[in-house]
Design a protein around this ligand. Structure first.
Ligand SMILES: C[S@@+](CC[C@H](N)C(=O)[O-])C[C@H]1O[C@@H](n2cnc3c(N)ncnc32)[C@H](O)[C@@H]1O
Length: 290
């Protein structure tokens, strides 16, 4: 059996078991390729058509066993491989933190936030940093900035620290165990935040792969806005006068608009549309009646 044939079989296995995607891949073929290439120790961009030689029986059995584990346990692939990729950057991940997949990574790569800041940010906070992926990507995007990554979960911060070290950025990122926006957090030119925002109804519909992630990382209360309410009430005090908040809200735009009718956020363009990552500046946040 060749690599291409094994990948086709793996895709078929995943398809017929209806595993959930969305934690690193959006296609069954990509999910199968990820697991198989990882198990074979091959780079993720390996072209199976150019990899013509037959695989050994042991290699095939080992890959099939991993695919069966993915299907039987309904664990995210990233928890099985202990690795996830975001914007081409590799991150360590385990059950202590959510699998990195924030759309904010796209706006960092596209540099679309820069149009809304008069100067390159010098102090950046990744609020709700989890695995630390956005803090690491921000440190890469803004090489002269000091970065802080904060989270209420010391478990998640342990994963974030591994990622800071993995990319040689420990000297530029301070990790802080803190709930929401509270001391010792200071004032920033840019706050990135991918908070827990899944509403209660959606939480009840989540497939097992997503229930395997820390509930604290996902659940945002009845309308998904439990974390966002105090954040928007206090964010202006933690932003410099020209500072901006970039907030991911996923599919919760209707709930966001209902909760904050006085705000007119700018929707940043991402592969998932223009209404899942919002930008708010300090001046607008200061006027919020909350
Ligand atoms: C959706 S995850 C985002 C993780 C990471 N930034 C990412 O994009 O992959 C949300 C994170 O918020 C953290 N969190 C939940 N409630 C919090 C609170 N009150 N204060 C600070 N962090 C909180 C969770 O521990 C979790 O790591």
């Amino acid at each position: 059996m060749t690599l291409a044939e094994l990948m086709a079989q793996g895709c078929q296995m995943l398809q017929s078991s209806a595993v959930a995607l969305g934690q690193g891949t959006l296609e069954m073929a990509d999910e199968a390729a990820w697991l198989i290439l990882w198990r074979l120790g091959l780079p993720l961009d390996t072209d199976p058509q150019l990899h013509g030689e037959s695989l050994s029986a042991a290699q095939i059995e080992s890959c099939l066993a991993l695919l069966r584990q993915r299907i039987d346990q309904r664990q995210p692939s990233a928890y099985l491989t202990r690795e996830a990729w975001l914007q081409g950057v590799d991150f360590y991940v385990d059950e202590r933190s959510i699998v990195p997949r924030s759309l904010i990574a796209e706006v960092l790569a596209l540099q679309s936030i820069d149009h809304f800041m008069p100067e390159t940010p010098r102090r950046i906070l990744d609020l709700c940093t989890g695995n630390g992926s956005l803090a690491v990507l921000a440190a890469m995007a803004y090489p002269d900035a000091l970065i802080e990554g904060s989270d209420i979960s010391t478990d998640a911060l342990a994963v974030a620290r591994i990622n800071g070290e993995r990319h040689g950025l420990s000297h530029r990122i301070e990790w802080r165990a803190v709930a929401g926006l509270a001391p010792p957090l200071g004032q920033y030119d840019l706050i990135l935040c991918n908070p827990p925002y899944v509403n209660e109804h959606s939480m009840q519909q989540l497939p097992p792969e997503f229930l395997a992630e820390p509930r604290l990382a996902l659940a945002g209360g009845h309308d998904g806005m439990d974390f966002v309410r105090p954040l928007l009430a206090g964010a202006h005090r933690h932003l410099s006068p020209h500072g901006v908040l970039v907030l991911e809200i996923g599919h919760e735009r209707d709930h966001f608009d209902a909760a904050f009718p006085w705000l007119s956020p700018i929707g940043l363009s991402t592969s998932a549309g223009d209404d899942q990552v919002l930008l708010l500046d300090q001046q607008q946040l200061k006027q919020a009646p909350c």
